[in-house]
Design a binder for this molecule. Sequence first.
Ligand SMILES: Nc1ncnc2c1ncn2[C@@H]1O[C@H](COP(=O)(O)OP(=O)(O)O)[C@@H](O)[C@H]1O
Ligand SMILES: [Mg+2]
Length: 403
Amino acid sequence: MRVGILGAGQLGQMLALAGYPLGQRFVFLDTSGSPSADIGTTQIDLDNQHLAEFLAQVDVVSFEFEHLPVDRVRDIEKHKPVYPSSRALEVCQNRGLEKALFTRLQIPTPEYQLVDSLETLQQAVSQLITKHAKPVVVKTVTEGYDGKGQAVLRTADAAEVAAVWQRIGGRELIVEAFIEFVREVSIIAVRGQNGEVRFYPMAENHHVDGILRYSLAPLPDLDAAIQQQAESYIQALLKELDYVGVLTLELFQQADGRLLANEMAPRVHNSGHWTQNGAVTSQFENHLRAVAGLPLGSTAARFPTCMINIIGRCGDTRQLLQEDSVHLHLYGKEERAGRKLGHLNLVADDLPSLLDKVQRAVALLPDAPEPHFSFAVYSKADRRELLMECTNTHSLQSGSALG
Ligand SMILES: Nc1ncnc2c1ncn2[C@@H]1O[C@H](COP(=O)(O)OP(=O)(O)O)[C@@H](O)[C@H]1O
Ligand SMILES: [Mg+2]
């Protein structure tokens, strides 16, 4: 099977690395002029004139990037199967359509308003701040990623609102109530062409300045009811979109345990990189199995795992590798401030050992922020015992399947 991937970055690279053992071969279509997949064949297409050549080389098409022109993907669908479909892409690349779908499927999400002028922005900011007595988050409806195209407003001060409109406006924006979450979590699921669905155990995710830094999975003090709740939300989305492939749903967890959907991504996701070394089947392999119409693999976790993003500078990778059970994934990119250069997956038999390993790895990474996890709040004496309890729950078995 020849798989065509729209986009040629690190997610494409990791897809290919997982697909080669399945006998798949890869062709990437790059419209950026700076492809980094560096595996398989890359078709550069800066002037949109090379699509036919790309399509002639592949049996099926997927993408590693959701900010693609939907019309172009619809055109591709006339010639080759595309998974996930252009409809799923269209919804997931537009925060307005995404939120409307959450609401229609009764998936709770922060209260929001869509605006398209300075006046409507001002009104929405004033209304939401007054109603919730909390700040608001303003985001561009399309094209945001890694916290880009966002602003937080604590007051409805006209000059501040105008400055936000000046900086990210001039286009449709979404204004959301600011959620004081206990933690951010995500659920990743995969759906095959025959409708079979499997869910990975949820991960706890830590962002700094809108960029993911740490994912810990399975979510250590995972409550089975919360995992099931998240599964029911993502299952509703998969079914509604007649989805094929990996889908990610980012959620906020509140103090009472309830989940609010933040956004979804129609692709393999940074918060699922832990599955490369911590799960029976990685998200990359399962995405490709789905795209190729193959049976899906087990999503169960094998170990408590922590993924650490390597951003900006790599540090001494030789020393990092001296630690037992560290898996290094470098994307082959030049160092640059704020750039995702790779990630580490650390696995351990139990959570206390895992957290010790995380501390040692962080000390070797030049730009890594201090890791904080939501459950690491106990006194040192209690901590080891409580963390052991967390590891011993059902969480390792919680990746589950649905026919
Ligand atoms: N309504 C909100 N309340 C609180 N924090 C938010 C809200 N929306 C976004 N954030 C924070 O900003 C980060 C990035 O926002 P997100 O909507 O996920 O956009 P991106 O597409 O950049 O990932 C989130 O992971 C979260 O930390
Ligand atoms: Mg996000």
